[in-house]
Ligand binder design. Structure first.
Ligand code: ATP
Ligand code: MG
Length: 368
């Protein structure tokens, strides 16, 4: 996948932007607060219809303006696509591919996929399980549309069951539907566990090699899947997992009613990351967690390529400046395939990026 060009109108601090990009490495440089991250955010938006740092679309629209437009020309599956996002303060956003309105944001991922790595990704290793689930979910959703459907269904069921558990004492008749919800949650949950287990298996094959090279052969990274305790083998067929999830629900029924919370199911899953046999979350240094997080992201991109034959566009925000020379070299060697956008500050020595195309950003505009 190659983002050939991008046009922005009133997106963040850009009144207007037009850029044509190299199919290999593009460097976006400038001082702090000039719009480098905003540019990567716009690119990522064309693939996910969401932003890694904005909760609401309206944050993306320029202050004092009512609409914003993002348009990209993308080469994908040997065809050209024009993707557009029209954002509005007063109305629903519109997404279009070749002028045709899209029904769901998921349809964008059939055309453009991006893998973004930004300073906040340090949290991927450090924070609670929710961020790692989000990482897994976004990877699997882009690869398997059926997973995205199952996940959306699971979330609906979860919310409904949570309401039942919250209100059952005031409205005991709600309990009449609990078994039905439990069964549907276990069915959808089994599917989710099955997909997650297979993806983590792939990730566990690809990430350790990347991480080993990245750390100069010093560190051994391992991954594990932590899911519902009764599931013996998460790689088993979904119907086997279903039985085990029903067992878990049964044994937690009383506790769920008493705590009024949904305690059973894959909504508490985690991706365990171990470095040299120790939990990276608890014991790794800042540099190690950064390297491990980047290894995971690069691995997800490679898996996507192996499965689809297309490289997702790689967006590296502020990554190089934080790494030592050796690790910088490693990243630059690792990203020779597919299209890459790298942001950095003015002071960085760009000579080692060789043939990269450079874009100097100043105050929401391209200056050269
Ligand atoms: P750094 O090197 O510090 O990461 P950057 O070049 O990546 O900087 P961005 O985060 O892309 O900077 O841009 C930040 C600028 O964009 C800020 O000055 C901010 O005020 C401005 N900005 C953010 N949202 C909007 C908006 N909706 N309308 C106008 N300007 C905005
Ligand atoms: Mg930035």
């Amino acid at each position: 996948m190659i983002l050939r060009s991008l046009t922005l109108d009133f997106f963040r601090n850009y009144p207007h932007f037009e850029g044509k990009f190299s199919p290999s490495v593009n460097v976006i440089w400038g001082e702090n607060a000039q719009g480098k991250t905003n540019l990567l955010e716009a690119m990522a938006y064309l693939s996910t219809a969401s932003s890694h740092r904005a909760r609401y679309d309206r944050e993306l629209i320029q202050f004092g303006v009512d609409h914003a437009f993002v348009k990209g020309k993308v080469e994908s599956r040997e065809r050209m696509f024009t993707l557009e996002a029209r954002l509005s303060r007063g109305a629903r956003r519109q997404l279009l591919s070749n002028g045709v309105k899209l029904k769901t944001a998921g349809e964008l991922s059939g055309v453009l996929n991006t893998v973004l790595f930004c300073p906040e990704d340090l949290w991927l290793i450090r924070e609670g399980a929710a961020v790692r689930r989000k990482f897994l979910d976004s990877c699997i959703c882009q690869l398997r549309p059926k997973y995205a459907e199952a996940l959306a269904e699971y979330r609906r069921l979860y919310e409904h069951k949570t309401r039942i558990l919250r209100d059952w004492e005031e409205h005991p008749s709600l309990l009449d539907t609990l078994d039905e919800f439990n069964l549907r949650m276990a069915q959808t949950g089994a599917l989710i566990i099955h997909y997650r287990a297979h993806f983590i298996k792939r990730l566990g094959e690809v990430t350790p090699t990347i991480h080993r090279d990245f750390s100069g052969g010093r560190e051994v990274l391992e991954l594990g899947y932590e899911t519902v305790s009764t599931v013996e083998d998460p790689l088993a067929p979904a119907r086997t997992i279903l039985e085990q999830l029903l067992d878990h629900q049964q044994s937690h029924r009383k506790a769920e009613l008493e705590s009024r919370q949904c305690l059973s199911g894959p909504h508490k899953d985690d991706l365990a990351v171990l470095l040299d046999g120790l939990s990276a979350r608890q014991f790794a240094s800042q540099g190690q967690t950064r390297t491990a997080a980047l290894s995971l992201k690069l691995a997800s991109r490679e898996i996507f390529f192996r499965e689809t034959g297309e490289w997702p566009v790689l967006l590296l925000d502020d990554v190089l400046s934080e790494l030592d020379g050796k690790r910088q070299e490693f990243v630059l060697k690792r990203i020779t395939s597919g299209q890459v956008f790298i942001t950095c500050c003015e002071e960085m020595d760009l000579s080692r990026l060789g043939s990269a195309r450079t874009f100097h950003i100043k105050d929401g505009a391209l200056v050269g």
